[in-house]
Design a protein around this ligand. Structure first.
Ligand code: TPP
Length: 635
């Protein structure tokens, strides 16, 4: 790359050396570098493109890392990364050993707070403000939050306390009217009216000029227009709600106009209390394809810069997500009790088809997982069979609601947990590794994991028919390419499936681990190690009698799960055989109790011993060891 300015910028101090009039050139270079790099390695593109001028203005005005810039989600922070010493590492984005797709404190002192789950920036920034004040220091704290960040409870909780505490805090509301999909909800409507109220004002002025030039009729029309505007005025005073909550509100201003941004930041930075600066930006700004299709270019795989066409992955089996989306539509066509709920992920969860087919029974609640669960509970109280489709990692936010509002009342809510397991490039914040452990702990909960997409369909049907809290977790990515059976049947709760019988040991595998374990068993059989393979189907309740039987009969057991070993499926199996006083050696295959980094899924599976080859080798080694009646330490 041969950029006039970007090549010289290794820190915000270097940026400040660029003449203000040249900042649009830096913006153009940033966009070019971002698009060119993300086109090669993939990543979150549209949000970062929309935040380029904001990023430049913040680093030009403030003095990071002394001043703290707290991003929300952090998927819009690529420009921030490039300007804060990570320009040359940017091509390693989201790859194993490379820089993260999100701000990470360990990666840079400029990353004030680790983010990726949405709506946290105001709370974290407010904590930093209070710490600053307690220490008697004098620095600025800036929280950047998207319009969708205000659909989430925690975003509003932060806004509530910050308005009350009155600390010097700048909240930048980056309003592009988009979540991943178009933003939803009453607050989005309010922001929209603020923004478009102003547009209305401008149109009115132009209209007055135009009709004023028409002799005689003109003045009467102008008077009529004035009356209309006066009536509408109370509804369009910008930011009234924020002012009422204790903020100084500024805006809406064009978030791509660097002069306006810099002048406004200079004006508000020393305001002694909390400020909301409302920017209007365009998601995908500067790359026409992303401007036109912001949903598609929110998160992308590699693509061709000139055409915007994505490099085609080799045709594979349909994804678990798409099979889920198709099956819930089929079930809903004959079962009017089914209601589908997403927390701001209609496409990601595969519910977009349902939304079109059954608009009255589809709800996008915004980035509000807690509300989604309690909302589902309310529906379940009234005889409906809600399906809350939430990524495994995001359901973590609603743990209390799952217990208090669903399990305690034993309500028939289905949790469809996509991205259960390692997700790859999004990394530690997004790996769905804890659901088995955290759901197993809850009374009345049933936890299932399908071995393939066909079983996913039967499990979804089973879940809806079950009549009590039930979760089905399935992995990111393609299914196994198996045929989908009809009609769907109800699986017996807590009953595992025997896939292969062997005398030398038994593997009890859950969900996505069934296929690689079967593969490992085949390889080992050829070497003379003959293993039983069980598809556990249920992490809770376990097929206790079958597992106990195997523990008695076989020389050793292997458990396999794509989830944390701490309190996970294997731990339940160990507890079971221990309770029944069965002395058996157990090898636990799963994810160790530590932070798992980002990287290509295949690589992570190999690194953590979850692919066929690693499983084969681990069992081979284990089988060679003298058998001891105690669990063996995991790698
Ligand atoms: C708790 C949680 N739920 C869901 C998501 C998935 N998600 C990632 S970005 C995003 C939309 C963010 O929109 P906004 O905050 O307005 O920022 P923009 O991308 O528009 O700049 C969502 C829903 C998430 N990151 N965190």
């Amino acid at each position: 790359m041969a950029y006039k300015y970007l090549n010289q910028i290794d820190s915000p101090a270097d940026l400040k050396k660029v003449p203000r009039a040249e900042l649009p050139q830096v913006a153009a270079e940033l966009r070019d570098y971002m698009v060119g790099t993300v086109a090669k390695v993939g990543g979150h593109l549209a949000s970062s493109l929309g935040a380029v001028e904001l990023t430049l203005a913040l680093h030009y005005t403030f003095d990071a890392p002394r001043d703290k810039i707290v991003w929300d989600v952090g998927h819009q922070a690529y420009g921030h990364k490039i300007l804060t010493g990570r320009r040359d590492r940017f091509p390693t984005l989201r790859q194993y050993g490379g820089i993260s797709g999100f701000p990470v404190r360990d990666e840079s002192p400029y990353d004030a707070f680790n983010v990726a789950h949405a709506c946290t920036s105001i709370s974290a920034a407010l904590g930093m403000c209070v710490a600053r004040d307690l220490k008697g220091e004098d620095s600025y704290v800036i929280a950047v939050i998207g319009d969708a960040g205000l659909t989430g409870g925690v975003g509003l909780e932060g806004l509530n306390q910050a308005g009350h505490l009155k600390r010097k805090l700048l909240i930048i509301l980056n309003d592009n009217e988009m979540s991943i999909s178009p933003n939803v909800g009453a607050i989005a409507g309010y922001l929209n009216r603020i923004v478009h109220g102003q547009a209305y004002q401008r149109v009115k002025e132009e209209f007055e000029q135009l009709v004023g030039s028409v002799p005689r009729v003109g003045q009467r029309l102008i008077n009529l227009t004035k009356d209309l505007v006066d009536t509408a005025k109370s509804m369009i005073i910008p930011g009234l709600v924020f002012e009422e909550l204790g903020y100084k509100y500024l805006g809406p201003i064009n978030g791509h106009n660097l002069d306006a941004l810099l002048d406004t930041l200079a004006r508000v930075k020393d305001h002694p209390g909390p400020v909301v600066l409302h920017l209007v930006t365009q998601k995908g700004k500067g790359y026409p394809q992303a401007e036109q299709l912001p949903v598609k270019y929110h998160g992308v795989t590699a693509f061709d810069v000139s055409t915007g066409a994505f490099h085609k992955a080799p045709a594979g089996a349909p994804s678990y997500t798409s099979i889920f989306g198709k099956t819930i539509c089929e079930l809903a066509a004959t079962d009017p009790r089914i209601v589908a709920i997403t927390a701001a992920m209609p496409e990601g969860t595969g519910l977009d088809g349902f939304a079109h087919q059954f608009p009255a029974r589809f709800f996008d609640v915004g980035i509000a997982e807690q509300h989604a669960v309690t909302f589902a509970a309310g529906l379940a109280c009234e005889g409906y069979r809600p399906v809350a489709a939430i990524y495994s990692t995001f359901l973590q936010r609603a743990y209390d609601q799952v217990f208090h509002d669903v399990c305690l009342m034993n309500l028939p809510v289905t949790f469809a947990l996509d991205r259960g397991g390692l997700v790859g490039a999004d990394g530690p914040t997004h790996h769905g590794l804890y659901d088995i452990a955290y759901l197993n702990a809850l009374p009345n909960m049933t936890v299932m994991a399908p071995k393939d997409e066909n079983e996913l369909c039967h499990m979804l049907y089973t879940a809806i028919e079950h009549g009590a809290p039930i979760a089905l977790r399935y992995p990111r990515g393609n299914g196994q390419g198996v045929e989908l059976e009809t009609p769907l049947r109800k699986l017996e709760i807590g009953r595992a499936e025997i896939l292969r019988e062997g005398r030398d040991g038994a593997i009890v595998a859950l969900g996505s681990m069934v296929a690689p374990c079967l593969g490992a068993a085949e390889t080992l059989a050829a070497e003379g190690l003959d293993l039983t393979v069980i598809n556990a189907r249920f992490a809770k309740p376990l097929d206790a009698d079958l597992i106990a039987c195997l523990a008695v009969e076989k020389p050793f057991l292997v458990t396999a799960e794509e989830g944390t070993l701490a309190g996970g499926f294997g731990a339940q199996v160990s507890a079971l055989v221990h309770d029944r006083r069965i002395p058996v050696s157990i090898l636990h295959i799963g994810v160790p109790d530590r932070i798992i980094p980002h990287g290509a899924p295949q690589l992570l599976h190999a690194k953590y011993g979850l692919d066929r080859d690693s499983i084969t080798e681990r069992i081979r080694q284990f089988a060679r060891q003298p058998l001891t009646p105690s669990p063996v330490a995991v790698k």
